[in-house]
Design a protein around this ligand. Structure first.
Ligand SMILES: Cc1cc2nc3c(=O)[nH]c(=O)nc-3n(C[C@H](O)[C@H](O)[C@H](O)COP(=O)(O)OP(=O)(O)OC[C@H]3O[C@@H](n4cnc5c(N)ncnc54)[C@H](O)[C@@H]3O)c2cc1C
Length: 460
């Protein structure tokens, strides 16, 4: 190994290479807590050989070429906030920490686009854009920690995806280093019909097909107004039907966050909405949404309730940045928790929720909450089980999660809409994609015959 590192140090500036144990420990794990891993799909773990912190595409290229020649795996690492173990170190690898590639290379206000390096943290990117009157639009909980490259690689969804789209939908063009060290660039245009779109190789690709080094993304003018509101419905079903009506009337809130709390049933189900943009438009949309909600029997809550919710929306992620190690060990506080974030046709969400309750009860697990994000087709559930309640609580919880995800697949939905696959959902990829998984595997073999690019992830 020392030989290998000595060789690497002749290729890139040794200052970029670290073997410091604490740093390697931090870079060996993302935000997948151990309690959320199915006991039968435990990944093999291996400490990274070293971390490389490139500052340019050329340095990424040199590192990847070296790794390919030496048959050493590479793990691209952004903010390390991925929840599925996509950035976990499962073989002795070179971890490529991209966070020093954090420049905004170009901003074109007239075209409403920006080109930035992949390691820029979303919050920093948004702050810089705001100095010129623009916003990033992509607004996940993890704005203070996730990077542009990580968000594209998981096709992440944010609070305001209702009008700005997912991170992948904001991408116009990409620059990436492929496993053979070639630099690959796609044209940064709104649409083309000149062959299949190769951005799709990297959007949601979790670093398995290449390292994204730069992205040109759509940006948006700062909204003139932001109108927040909150409503209480007597039940999840009532609220759900009302939200469906809103969408049938072509209302598209920037933010839609809806859910109930099974442990406080008297509270009913809460809906938070945000309309933003030009004042006249946002006000008209809010008025129409309020009428639909009142028509659905909702109680209007004070605006302050919605404002508190909105202003605290990144707090969990800020806490995550301060206690990563503790988070990894979560599930050791006597309760195992997990959740599902699935996509289903709107006609299937309530039937799925009913069937899911039965599955959850049969496994002796507690359903804690159900919710919607962005629109009526993106549905989530949070589950929990006390460690002492059954002999193997983690197994019971993860069996429940798998049973629910298979049920989603059987009902024509997708098992995950926002966090990716990583190691956690890899075992379900064959059922998710059928022969499509073989297509992905063949692509992987063609582009990465030595299997160096984030191996053992996504079921590839
Ligand atoms: C408290 C909390 C809240 C969260 N909230 C949300 C949310 O609201 N919405 C949401 O979608 N997700 C959420 N997540 C998950 C996570 O923030 C997202 O998946 C995020 O997009 C990951 O970005 P990252 O930079 O941290 O990526 P990492 O975790 O570093 O990496 C994620 C994957 O992308 C790969 N990768 C990273 N950078 C590159 C690159 N430049 N090129 C190629 N591959 C790369 C990695 O190898 C890995 O497979 C949350 C996580 C936590 C802990």
């Amino acid at each position: 190994m020392n030989n290998l590192l000595a060789k690497l140090a002749t290729i890139i500036d040794p200052e970029r290479i670290s073997t410091e144990p604490a740093r390697l420990d931090e870079l060996s794990w993302d935000a997948l807590s151990e309690g959320r891993i199915h006991p039968r799909h435990e990944p093999a773990l291996a400490a990274p050989l070293c971390a490389v912190t490139p500052i340019s595409t050329a340095e990424v290229q040199k590192t990847v070429r070296f790794a390919n020649a030496e048959r050493v795996p590479i793990v691209p690492f952004g903010g390390g906030s991925g929840l599925m173990g996509g950035a976990l170190s499962v073989r002795p690898s070179i971890v490529l920490d991209l966070r020093r590639m954090n420049r905004i290379v170009e901003m074109d206000g007239e075209a409403a686009s920006a080109r930035a390096e992949a390691g820029v943290v979303l919050e920093a990117l948004d702050r810089q854009l705001s100095q010129s009157g623009y916003i990033l639009g992509h607004d996940p909980w993890t704005v203070p920690v996730a990077t542009l490259g990580g968000a594209i690689s998981t096709n992440s969804v944010g609070y305001r995806a209702g009008i700005y789209g997912s991170m992948g939908e904001q991408v116009l063009g990409l620059e990436a280093v492929l496993p053979n060290g070639e630099i690959f660039r796609t044209r940064a245009v709104a649409k083309h019909s000149a062959g299949i779109h190769l951005n799709a190789l990297l959007i949601g690709g979790e670093g398995c097909f290449g390292v994204i080094t730069e992205a040109t993304i759509r940006i948006f003018p700062k909204p003139e107004v932001q109108l927040l509101s909150a409503y209480r419905f007597s039940s999840f079903e009532n609220g759900y039907r009302t939200i469906q009506k809103m969408f049938q009337q072509r209302l598209r809130p920037a933010l839609l966050d809806f859910g109930d709390d099974e442990e406080a049933p008297a509270q009913g189900a809460l809906l938070y909405l945000l309309f933003e943009g030009p004042g006249a438009l946002a006000k008209a949309e809010e008025k129409l949404a309020a009428a639909v909600c009142r028509g659905g029997g909702a109680a209007v809550l004070p605006r302050g309730v919605a404002e508190d919710f909105f202003h605290n929306r990144h707090e969990v992620a800020r806490r995550f940045t301060h206690n990563r190690r503790q988070r990894r060990e979560r599930g050791r506080d006597g309760v195992y928790r997990d959740w599902i974030h699935v996509a289903l046709p709107s006609s299937k969400v309530l039937p799925f929720r009913r069937a899911a309750r039965e599955v959850v009860e049969n496994h002796g697990v507690r359903l804690q909450e159900s919710g919607l994000w962005v629109n009526p087709e993106l549905f989530s559930m949070r589950l929990g089980i006390e460690e002492r309640s059954v002999p193997n609580a983690r197994l019971a919880l993860e069996e429940t999660v798998e049973a629910l995800l298979r049920l989603v697949q059987d009902m024509g939905g997708s098992m995950e809409y926002t966090h990716g696959v990583g190691v956690k959902l890899a075992a379900l990829m064959a059922d998710e994609h059928g022969y499509g998984l073989e297509v992905m595997r063949q692509l992987k073999r063609t582009l990465d015959p030595n299997n160096i690019m984030n191996p053992d992830k996504m079921g590839l």
